[in-house]
Design a protein. Structure first.
Length: 595
């Protein structure tokens, strides 16, 4: 039988961590049919990829995305696929769109993930056909998916569907035994439908959108550990995993996740956990030194299975005015973000009493754990109507004007129109040596791109390519910190195993999800780019553009992206991806989407 695709003479990595070898790959249908050191018969093969001098890798797996709304509007998920991602995971941070009503789901998702609410609600109103988890899986699987998609079920979604959004975000409300049983039953139903596990959120920084309960915390943050333990018991019984985030304001609560994961106390099985987030934070520079050692010790002593997600690139953020989630750490910041009208927000930022309270909170927060370093000398203006301020830090402006840095920051916003001032800062992963250490730390795994969210704040769609570039550059400079095959394994097979995905390997018999990378094209993967998003009303979002790096991306045997172009009908009539159910579930055959 002829092959449908042949990838010729590439340096092949199988995703297991084994050393790479020059091989020829033959694809039939959606499966790798042959991996050979000999030339394959190209007779009758309609598509031959010349990969000489290139790397042939399993498609990257992005385990932390917020594509839950975007996948309904643009199932191709182009910004990930163009960078070699062939599998994405939805439903993170307690947020999913399985059970909650459309309005509740939009209120849960939009402000937290900085995606326009009108389009999230519109997508659900237009596209939602499901009422159960099984119907949700079928609905996503019926889309003309570009990459493979899998999902967690969000705790906030579960809680809202049972209690209602108002009661779910009321600190005086505790679910009755009947309501808790309803939550556990819905979780079990979602797991039986093939969702990989549950996601939660313990950090109270994220706030609701909409008009009904605006600026309340996410429902998951109101749950007691009695409620969480009942849900985790369902995960343990079915050997599924939990993704969550400890409370930054109470870092000791991370211990509760280790105890809940543990195989102690007569438990036969532990619960795999993926927590946010392992980073070299400017706000807590000493934490990176104990993160790995502490996690290894607790896992060993308690018999736990906990890892922390890690973004293997500098954590650079951008903001239009005060529209940045880190300001939700302050009550005063939340008060400003509560206002959607720019004139009202400007008036508040100019108010003397408001500023006095903001300064008190700002200075007090410096004494405890924070997400942001609060250093306005490390916050540089990149766009501003007053061109004389572009390139200056707010700290430098404060010194010029003889002001407190926070007052200088607020003055610049008020003078120029709050959303007209764009600025940037790096909050973590700024020290190369520590970043290299984290890349090889066994208690972290690669993730936390937040792809599909924070559209004006950050863009890490290509973090996998950027890690490979770092590995290559370090090796050429004579200071290697990990091998290429180890890096590939961390980006593919390792995360697939932890999350229970049938993905991440590229051997005979495996699904033909792969990316062909030109190492010479990795030079230009760190630049800043924006592009308009038609399905979000033309909003200009941050993206990555390094089309010289990825020669081709294939999903289930189909070359969907090649030389900077997507296949005809991609994400509209041509279907390549499928919904990946939890490992062990049958893989349905991909059929072409109807024209």
């Amino acid at each position: 039988m002829p092959y449908d695709v042949i990838v010729r003479n590439g340096l092949w990595f199988d995703g297991t961590g084994a050393p790479p070898r020059t091989r020829n790959l033959g694809i039939r249908g959606d499966v790798v049919a042959s991996v050979s050191d000999q030339p394959l018969d190209e007779t009758g093969c309609p598509d031959v990829v010349d990969a000489e001098g290139k790397w042939v890798l399993p498609g990257f797996i992005d385990v932390h995305t917020h594509y839950d709304a975007e996948v309904l509007l643009d199932p191709g998920l182009r910004e990930s696929v163009r960078h070699g991602v062939t599998t994405v995971l939805l439903g993170n941070c307690s947020l999913s769109a399985v059970y909650a009503t459309n309005e509740d789901a939009a209120d849960l998702f939009s402000r937290v993930e900085a995606v326009p609410r009108e389009f999230v609600l519109g997508a659900l109103n237009d596209k939602k056909t499901w009422t159960t988890a099984a119907e949700y899986v079928d609905a996503l699987d019926a889309l003309p998916l570009g990459p493979n998609v899998s999902s967690l079920i969000g705790h906030s979604d579960l809680r809202t569907s049972v209690l209602g959004l108002g009661r779910a975000t009321d600190d005086t409300t505790r679910p009755t035994p009947t309501e808790l049983n309803a939550m556990t039953a819905k979780l079990a139903e979602a797991l039986d439908a093939g969702l990989l596990g549950m996601s939660g959120m313990d950090s109270a920084i994220d706030k609701l959108d909409g008009d009904r309960y605006r600026s309340r915390g996410l429902p998951s943050t109101f749950a007691t550990w009695r409620e969480r333990r009942a849900l985790i018991a369902v995960l343990r019984k079915r050997r599924r995993m939990l993704q969550s985030a400890p409370d930054v304001a109470r870092p000791w609560t991370a211990l509760l996740f280790f105890l809940s994961s543990s195989r102690m106390f007569g438990r036969r099985d532990g619960v795999r956990m993926s927590l946010l987030v392992s980073a070299d934070s400017k706000a807590a520079p000493g934490a990176v030194g104990v993160f790995g050692r502490g996690t290894r010790l607790l896992n060993r002593v308690l018999g736990a299975s906990v890892r922390f997600q890690h973004l293997p690139v500098p954590f650079e953020l951008y903001s239009d005015g005060i529209d940045l989630p880190v300001f939700e750490e302050f009550g005063a910041g939340t008060a400003a973000l509560h206002l959607r009208d720019q004139l009202e927000r400007n008036e508040l930022l100019a108010d003397v009493e408001y500023r006095r309270e903001f300064r008190r909170e700002f200075d007090r927060k410096k004494l405890g754990p924070t997400l942001w370093h609060r250093d306005f000398h490390d916050a540089v203006i990149v766009e501003c109507p007053d061109q004389t301020l572009v390139g200056k830090s707010f700290g430098a402006i404060a010194e010029m004007r003889g002001l407190h840095p926070l007052d200088a920051f607020l003055d610049v916003l008020v003078e120029n129109g709050e959303r007209n001032v764009r600025w940037t800062t790096t909050v973590a992963n700024h020290r190369q040596r520590q970043l290299d250490k984290l890349a090889v730390e066994p208690t972290v795994h690669m993730g936390f791109s937040d792809a599909g969210a924070h559209l004006r704040n950050m863009a890490f769609y290509n973090y996998a390519l950027r890690l490979l570039k770092r590995v290559l550059v370090a090796d050429r400079a004579g200071r290697p910190f990990m091998t290429l095959e180890h890096a590939v394994h961390r980006l593919t097979g390792e995360v697939a195993d932890w999350f229970g995905l049938d993905a991440g390997r590229l051997r005979e018999g495996d699904a033909a999800n792969f990316v062909v990378v030109d190492p010479a094209g990795l030079d230009d993967v760190d630049g800043y780019h924006e592009a308009p998003v038609s399905f979000y009303g033309g909003l200009s979002r941050m993206v990555n553009r390094n089309d010289a790096a990825v020669v081709a991306t294939a999903v289930n045997g189909q070359i969907v992206y090649r030389s900077g172009e997507f296949q005809e009908g991609y994400g509209r009539t041509a279907k390549s991806g499928r919904f990946l159910r939890a490992a062990g579930a049958a893989r349905p055959t991909v059929a072409a989407a109807p024209a």
